[in-house]
Design a protein around this ligand. Structure first.
Ligand code: NAD
Length: 498
């Protein structure tokens, strides 16, 4: 079994804490590596390295910083098959899905190549006689990202690309469940010309996270993961004076109006609910057909589609989705299905008994479909994060709208309809951060920002797009007057423009 490492100061560094966790290959259920869990001292060493490297990196002009990212995009293109294979092996998603994830990460790096433009400040010539005012964006220093298991390439890229483009040094604390791909990314950044120490990867658990949250030299923390941890990281990081943005869990609804194109809606729904085994923060986990007739038609079409989903190992190109991340998570998802039955929801398709021939120890389950789920049930309220779709029947548009709006999570939502008025009203009124109109997973493109509302997000700036540049920089405003200009003499009153 391979022992993994940290990546600090441009080198692989062996773990010294003596604590490890196991990473699995979900398709076979075997343990493939031991992941070192960093101590506070190891985190401190990474922070020291980053702080030393950051000063010089911030002095590199933005055009040259952009060129490193350009080269990185090329190298990721060259290595995309290897990267997808590492990712799929540790996570369990299919190779095609892994390639899609890499692409969505690269798009954010491409956006950051525009950093010379994105970091430009503002300038007012002659704001008063002889007085010019301008603002500039400066890097924060050392910043850190704590990322989840479900996008081990895309989310680290969403974090480190804008941070580094802005002139910060970055410490990535990836999920301990699949750190192989993020470790590989750090080596590719070095090959692209990033100076050692500007991007560091520290593996670990709560101890490493707490060390980052409490370390005075770390100026900002970007977190993505489950809501309880997001809330903790937000509160604890803010208490230590950091800029913090934390993205949490989700329960994304898809509303199907009576006039929707039912074939299009069902295709969209099976892909968005069961793709990646439902382990996406933008997965649809609740379908809300409006009216009994719509609901009956939807469920009649969905049932055979869910029964016929192809579950397979990540390496099977014909699989719709692969195994879940771990045995513990598989059991948790199955427990939710049992709970749904107990709560009185109608289980139309039960994938719990699925066994993958030749891969009997893998973490597989088939798709599950619940009908007649009610809002007071726990399977509706809580995030399951597996291949389980709940149908909640709504009597009308307002009820469907209020279901999505009143849910404690507010990450993504979709409406399927042919009625422009209904779609427009829904998009405008719904209390959710990202909305799709006949688009099931409305993950914004790299040049917009990504973020949910309510308990899906703690903080006030979103990920990627223009918000990322704001998050990873601080603004300085300069008022400037030269001796040759107007002399006003000494003044003891509050300065005004008059
Ligand atoms: P998680 O919360 O278990 O872990 C996320 C990170 O936090 C990992 O790096 C982990 O090591 C660390 N961590 C775990 N427990 C901790 C603790 N007690 N104290 C400090 N740090 C801790 O999440 P996960 O299971 O890896 O990822 C799945 C979750 O992430 C889902 O809830 C999903 O909805 C969410 N997610 C959200 C978004 C978004 O943008 N909103 C995107 C992807 C995933």
């Amino acid at each position: 079994m391979e022992e993994l490492w940290h990546f600090v100061g441009g080198r692989r560094v062996k773990g010294k804490s003596g604590r490890f966790s196991d990473a699995y290959e979900p398709m076979t259920g075997t343990t493939i590596s031991r992941v070192p869990l960093a101590s506070r001292e190891e985190v401190r060493e990474a922070v020291d390295n980053a702080a030393a490297a950051q000063r010089e990196w911030a002095a590199v002009n933005p055009q040259r910083r952009a060129r490193v990212l350009m080269k990185f995009v090329d190298i990721v293109g060259r290595e995309k098959e290897k990267l997808a294979a590492i990712l799929a092996r540790e996570h369990g998603k299919t190779i095609a899905d892994a390639q899609g994830e890499i692409q969505r990460g690269v798009e954010v790096v491409e956006f950051c190549i525009g950093i010379p433009h994105l970091m430009k400040g503002e300038f007012t010539d002659s704001a008063a006689a002889g007085l010019d005012v301008y603002s500039m964006r400066q890097p924060l220093g050392v910043v850190a990202g704590i990322t989840p298991f479900n996008f081990p390439v895309m989310i680290p890229m969403w974090k480190f690309a804008p941070a580094i483009a802005c002139g910060n040094a970055f410490i990535l604390k990836p999920s301990e469940r699949d750190p192989g791909a993020p470790l590989f990314l750090a080596e590719l950044m070095l090959e692209a010309g990033l100076p050692p120490g500007v991007l560091n990867v520290v593996n670990g658990d709560k101890e490493a996270v707490d060390a980052l949250l409490e370390e005075p030299e770390v100026k900002a923390i970007g977190f993505v993961g489950s809501t309880p941890v997001a809330e903790y990281v937000y509160a604890h990081g803010a208490a230590h004076g950091k800029r913090v943005q934390c993205f949490g869990g989700a329960k994304n609804h898809m509303v199907i109006m009576p006039d929707a194109d039912m074939d299009q809606a069902v295709d969209a729904l099976v892909g968005a609910a069961y793709g990646s085994g439902g382990e996406r923060c933008m997965a649809i986990s609740v379908a809300v057909p409006v009216g009994e007739e719509t609901a009956d038609a939807l469920v009649a079409r969905l049932e055979p589609r869910v029964e016929n989903l192809r579950v397979g190992p990540s390496t099977d190109p014909s699989a719709d989705f692969g195994p879940l991340i771990s045995r513990a998570h598989l059991e948790r998802v199955k427990d939710y299905v049992a709970l749904g039955v107990q709560e009185g929801a109608r289980l139309r398709v039960d994938g719990r008994g699925f066994k993958m021939q030749g891969y009997e120890n893998g973490f597989y389950m088939g798709g599950c479909l619940f009908d007649e789920v009610r809002p007071e049930m726990r399977i509706y309220k809580e995030e399951i994060f597996g291949p389980v779709l709940s149908v909640v029947r709504a009597r009308g548009f307002d009820e469907a709208l209020s279901l999505a709006s009143n849910h404690e999570f507010g990450n993504g939502v979709a409406i399927f309809t042919r009625d422009g008025d209904a779609a427009r009203e829904f998009a405008s009124r719904v209390e959710v951060g990202m909305v799709g109109v006949n688009v099931p997973i409305p993950t914004p493109l790299a040049y917009y920002t990504f973020g949910g509302w309510k308990r899906s997000m703690f903080g006030d700036l979103n990920q990627h797009g223009p918000d990322a540049i704001r998050f990873y920089t601080k603004t300085k405003t300069v008022a400037s007057r030269w001796p040759g200009g107007v002399r006003a003499g000494a003044s003891f009153v509050m300065p005004t423009l008059s």
